[in-house]
Ligand binder design. Structure first.
Ligand SMILES: CC(C)NC(=O)[C@H](Cc1c[nH]c2ccccc12)NC(=O)[C@H](CCCC/N=C(/NCCC(=O)O)S[C@H]1O[C@H](COP(=O)(O)OP(=O)(O)OC[C@H]2O[C@@H](n3cnc4c(N)ncnc43)[C@H](O)[C@@H]2O)[C@@H](O)[C@H]1O)NC(=O)OCc1ccccc1
Length: 243
């Protein structure tokens, strides 16, 4: 039996599937992966600096503009066949009482725009700006505002609603993701290099529970050794073949 047949059987036998996605999931929509995020005018910046509290404190305008640029980019693209296949998988599963939950590291809204209910945005969202002081949330449209807006309530600066390196993950999203992975009977890992913690510990937890893992990635990743089945291909090519 081929790897795709093995994977398709695991998918059809599972009753509680979790799909854990990274930047590779959105690559075919035209959103560069994190490692390639710095193309064009941002090429001269270090992502870890831009995506950190230190980077923010040293240049709020630069960091805000980077995120506003990324939010505008996401609004210009569409979910790809991989996103659409996952939404279909969840609908098909729900019909016969099974569950498919999406846990993502991505800060774009392409899963939602494809029709998936995202159970957990581990690293926040480009479209959830909030006040850096009173934490007052603002409308998604504020995320693409340039220049950087102030909080209408306390006058402090708005900040992107993402999780920066060195920041704790949103408690509810982390506990929901941990619960779903603990209880799942299949984990599908799509388009992640598996190097960012604590997110990358979730597949390790599934593996230690003996849960089968399907990995979809054109390259080997840090998570490939954990995979029961590694499907060497892209999200938009492979996922439709699992539905
Ligand atoms: C780099 C790493 C070593 N550093 C960390 O993990 C740090 C520090 C750390 C904590 N614990 C540790 C333990 C050990 C070592 C380090 C640490 N973690 C943190 O800081 C976390 C917060 C991490 C969250 C950071 N925010 C992001 N994003 C939001 C912002 C933004 O987006 O700007 S992370 C960001 O990068 C990550 C990128 O990874 P991937 O998604 O995997 O993307 P990547 O580009 O790497 O890979 C793409 C993959 O797709 C594949 N691919 C490409 N095309 C396709 C395709 N078409 N189809 C399928 N696959 C494809 C490629 O082959 C590749 O494999 C994503 O998670 C993304 O969200 N906070 C924290 O732990 O707080 C408490 C604490 C605090 C201080 C000290 C200790 C503890």
């Amino acid at each position: 039996m081929s790897a795709i047949d093995d994977a398709a059987r695991l998918v059809s036998d599972a009753s509680r599937t979790v799909v854990f996605t990274g930047a590779g999931m959105s690559a075919e929509s035209g959103i560069p992966t994190f490692r390639d995020a710095l193309t064009g005018m941002w090429a001269e910046h270090d992502p870890m600096t831009l995506a950190s509290p230190e980077g923010w404190r040293s240049d709020r305008d630069l960091v805000w503009s980077w995120y506003a640029d990324r939010a505008r980019q996401v609004r210009l693209v569409e979910p790809n066949d991989g996103h659409l296949a996952l939404a279909r998988l969840a609908v098909a599963a729900r019909i016969d009482g099974r569950a498919v939950s999406v846990v993502t590291q991505n800060v774009d809204d392409l899963h939602e725009r494809a029709g998936s209910a995202v159970a957990s945005h581990l690293h926040g969202s480009l479209f959830a700006p909030r006040c850096e002081s009173c934490r007052r949330p603002e409308h998604a449209d504020v995320a693409v505002a340039d220049p950087r807006p102030a909080c209408p309530l306390c006058g402090a600066s708005m900040r992107p609603g993402v999780v920066w390196f060195g920041e704790l993950l949103p408690r509810d999203d982390w506990s929901e993701a941990s619960r779903l992975v603990e209880e799942c009977d299949l984990l599908i890992v799509v388009g992640t290099s598996g190097v960012v913690q604590p997110a990358a510990s979730l597949p390790e937890r599934a593996r230690s529970n003996g849960t089968p893992i399907i990995e979809v990635n054109p390259e080997p990743s840090a998570l490939t050794p954990l995979a029961t089945v590694h499907l060497e291909g892209t999200a938009a090519e492979v996922l439709p073949r699992l539905v």
